[in-house]
Design a protein around this ligand. Sequence first.
Ligand code: SF4
Length: 305
Amino acid sequence: MTTTQEQEQEQAKVTMKDLKASDPRWCTGCGDYTILVGVRKLMVNNQLQPHNTVNVSGIGCSGRMPHYMNTYGIHSLHGRSIPFATGVVLGRPDLNVFIHSGDGDSLSIGGNHLLHGISKNMNCVYILFDNQIYGLTKQQTSPTTRKGLPTQTQPGGSMMDPINPITFALGLGASFVASTAEWMGKHFVETIDAAFKHKGFSFVHVAQRCPKFNPAAWDYQNAGWMEFLTHETGVSVEDRLAAQGKQVEHDPSDLESAFARAKDVPNVFGLFYKEDKPTYDGIIRERLENAPKKDPSKILDGYLI
Ligand code: SF4
């Protein structure tokens, strides 16, 4: 290998430093910082080139992710990250596509798009940042706010039971469904890594701290309330977590068991379900490749009278 080749290879090696863009402007202690670092780690571990990676977001605190990743990015409209990502996935299947969306962005205004993103099984990683509150707009009840929590919009306590993001995804036939927490270190990185390696729409629910507007959402210093799904084909559980939380054997190919385990969300973490299924983008590409070829100069001939 020549010195020039060595230099080129050295330049191509992606490091954590390469992935930094502008300085994050989240509140002190926000879990979004950990998610940001975790996604960078995933890119370094898999040597994903920044020019081959696109981070897409909607609106909310999570929406700022593309600004802080030195990759291509789209900070799109509220709840509309999936239509933007669909265009990228269909037009450039060679790119690595990550979608970042909060609980309000995903399950309220963006619920319809999420529904179709999941059912079409587009090849991308969808990270749902769940802090159980609208943080950017200062503490309104969100679709995952726990019942009884006083908020700016429901000061007497959130009135309805929260939406369960895992049963939502499972019910729509998602091909990859997992839950983790941003403070779980290895568990978090391993989960998004498995999501990235899965071909299809990888739905990852992430428990995220919002110390500013919902500090009681997750008791992250204590693992006693947590249940971890374990299986040889699932996500491993670090010793420090395993020692405190309850561990339940669950085969991620068993859909019935996945639904049964999901009833205890948001206290359950691990890989709920994984299945190989055709992707919408793959089917479209195959149809285009197999479509009868037409001479463009003769396209109008059939309309002549
Ligand atoms: Fe993070 Fe909450 Fe602050 Fe938003 S409001 S940046 S979610 S701590």
